[in-house]
Write a protein that binds this ligand. Sequence first.
Ligand code: ADP
Length: 511
Amino acid sequence: MSHAERLTRLSEILVELFRSPVPTHFFQTLADQAFAAVPNDYLAVCLQDPEKGGYLVHSLSGLEDRAVSQRVFSPDEGLPGRVIGLGKTQLLADLAAEDGVDDLEGVLADAGMRAVLVVPIRRGLDVLGALLFAGRPPIAYGDDDLHIAQLMASGLSAALETSLAYQAAADERSTLGAVLASTADAVIMMNEAGLVLLANAAVRPMLGLIPDTITGRPFLEVVDHEPLRELFAAGRPGVSELPLPDGRTAQASLVAVTTPFGEPVGLAAVLRDITLLKNLEQMKNDFVNTVSHDLKGPITVIAGMADLMRMAGPGDENHESRCQDIRDAAQHMADLVTDLLDLGKIEAGLDAAREPMDLIPVIGEALRLVKPRADTKSIELHAELPEETIVSAVPSRLRQVLINLIDNGVKYTPSGGRVTIAVAVSGDGDGNGTVTIRVTDTGIGIPARDLPHVFDKFYRVKSKATKEIAGTGLGLAITRSIVEAYGGRISAESLEGTGTTFVVELPRARY
Ligand code: ADP
């Protein structure tokens, strides 16, 4: 075969090498076609493995019946070791004439090979490995073979490099894909032409969009959430707050996406749900505002009264009532602090030690304690109770629940009204089931818009009817915390001007 013909074969091999970026494809191509450019009876690619501290010999063709051992060859072993170490080609005319042949060359010599040609596979200044050709007579290697083998090694090196770059890109893409798919942040990207280029899974829970059906479609056609459309329309990179369709709040970061060469690709928005943070912040602010406001009120009263009493001097006819005002203000502050401490304790779960107990006597105690207040307003307390009802609770905490509810009934019911506590038990004879406590009053009721909030800390209905009624707004929050700590539920039903019913459900227990 002429040199020109062999070069043509080589160029065909090189074209084939680059058809796929996978090393097994390179090896297969060389195994199938290399002999057309460089005749051989055995061909191997020896590749350095820095982690293993040596090189591996991948036999590509020839020697099918005599395997070269699949071990790591140390850098100073054999011809390939020398080629890798020195970066120089080795050409042997007669392998059998060499002494000190080891593993690899020994196998070749035994198989009747005489001519050996080993060329380095370089990348820049580094040597990645070596390409080894061996042949039985009449194969003998000369300068032509050396030249073509070197070109083949350069082609293989370039292919290996592409493969590495491809692998890195693929790794990066799949890592990126995995991150995008599993993040709770919604990511949506629009290209310069206004098409959705990318939308990850989180766009569904957050924006109600289905990622697969919107990618590739015009953004304005598939996204109808106005704030998001405005965000992209304005196109100003930066961080802002974005209301989500279901009322939650997201922090939106808009970024301009460019290629590594600075060409614009489009705009991407990353949305993070910060509803909880916003709520916490709001709660903290409310808490600080309310506590300081609620404590400031009575302090002002106490200071004002003291000033008044000093000015009026001894013998003031209002002395008695002013002392009472001071007492009331101090009492309110004390209530507030007690409630806050209680709430803190319950929420921290400090008094979790509960036991099976009969609910009925506790209701009796609560009614007795509230009765004086009910009497002063001529409110009738009424009870419809079964004989014995066992729940699992701490008696003093359960009493607190009952007092809060009955006392609220009395507080928010005008004179002459009625507060009823009724207990019903459902379930089987084995003590499984639910105990339902209903506290119903004939009072002012709770406006529908306030009803969902009455269990919030510090929430008090603001109306003419409640203006004169003192309270901290913590009673129902405490009540709910206790009920929920016992695995129960509390809810309220109310009709403004007619009355309110609080319903507490607790799991039934057995002694
Ligand atoms: P407060 O110390 O203000 O009574 P609560 O947490 O016990 O605090 O109650 C929260 C708010 O719910 C009250 O301020 C009141 O507006 C309303 N509320 C509670 N119970 C009743 C009721 N039985 N009837 C009417 N409104 C009620």
